[in-house]
Design a protein around this ligand. Structure first.
Ligand SMILES: [Fe+2]
Length: 314
């Protein structure tokens, strides 16, 4: 059975690679390589790239998920609508199968991408808490710089049938439901499901894919990138603000997943999130079920922005 273990990359299309590069660098990614038609960006972690831009009409192309083993690619290639096992023509090589997900989403199952050395970034800050002092005789001086992206954390996709999408992610990718959100006055109607990777006893992010029920509006909602600590979220916020990019919602702390978050719009109106300090769970945790209220979206932070659920705002 396929059990995806991580999210590796997202692929978007944009008509102007220079403009996209400016945004992604201000957002905290590192350029890897590019030609006229494709541009690769990485984080400070060990994947050779986490974001790919293909030149073309603005849009979402695909998400890449890490297979649990090479054998899983064989299994994936037999699924209806799948590609054969292909060589990945990108830094680090490896193999992939392009799966046809619900609503036609392209989900790449990948294996064998060669890792790269980490990039040395500011260490997480040692914090002097009220009752517990972790930094003695040293000054706190984080640089005023872009947030430094460590890794891709999750993506949120809108589906025509949120329950069917949840079932597909469980049955086809072996993912687990962490928390379900339902319509506040009708618990039977699903608004979305936070899905995590089944890593057995090992910790996994609270969610790696969130399947949002949004009939008539099939699109990516956002992609989210982890930074080293909550200060980086806030420093990155002012950095992006200073560069004139458009903010969507934040800084706040989510309830489900607990991340300190900040959402921004790319030049083509897609949402990119910074986060830090998310929850990690193993496979034994039973699913939660919550009404989709503002309190369940954020524990603290500004009022939910009015256009937060719009996929594209330019
Ligand atoms: Fe998110």
């Amino acid at each position: 059975m396929i059990k995806v273990q991580d999210i590796v990359y997202v692929i978007y299309r944009a008509p102007d690679l220079d403009k996209m590069a400016n945004f992604l660098v201000d957002f905290g990614m590192y350029p890897v390589t590019r030609d006229e038609n494709r541009m690769f960006m990485r984080g400070a972690g060990t994947y050779p790239y986490i974001h790919v831009t293909e030149k073309g009409e603005p849009g979402f192309v695909a998400v890449g998920m890490l297979a649990g083993s090479a054998d899983e690619l064989e299994e994936a290639a037999r699924l209806p609508g799948s590609s054969a096992i292909e060589d990945i023509d990108a830094p680090g090589g490896g193999k992939r199968v392009r799966l046809k997900g619900p609503d036609g989403y392209r989900i790449d199952l990948v294996h064998g991408i060669a890792p790269v050395e980490k990039i040395d970034i500011r260490k997480p800050l040692a914090i002097n808490f009220g009752w517990e002092k972790n930094r003695l005789f040293e000054l706190q001086r984080p640089a005023n710089e872009s947030a430094k992206i460590v890794r891709l954390g999750h993506c949120v996709l809108k589906f025509s049938d949120g329950d069917a999408a949840r079932k597909w992610l469980q049955d086809t990718l072996g993912m687990l439901v962490t928390d379900r959100l339902h319509v506040p006055d009708d618990p039977k109607v699903t608004l979305g499901s936070f899905m995590r990777c089944d890593r057995g006893d090992k910790p996994a992010d609270h969610h790696t894919i969130f399947a949002l029920h949004a009939p008539g509006d099939i699109n990516v909602h956002h992609v989210s990138f982890e930074v080293q600590d909550p200060d980086a979220v806030q420093i990155g916020h002012y950095w992006l603000h200073g560069k004139g990019w458009k903010q969507e919602w934040g800084v706040g702390r989510h309830l489900l997943g607990s991340q300190v978050f900040d959402y921004w719009r790319s030049p083509w109106g897609h949402i990119f999130e910074h986060y830090a300090d998310g929850d990690l769970l193993n496979a034994s945790v039973k699913p939660g079920d919550y009404p989709a209220t503002q309190e369940n979206l954020a524990q603290w932070g500004p009022e939910l922005s009015p256009r937060f659920f719009e996929s594209v705002v330019v």
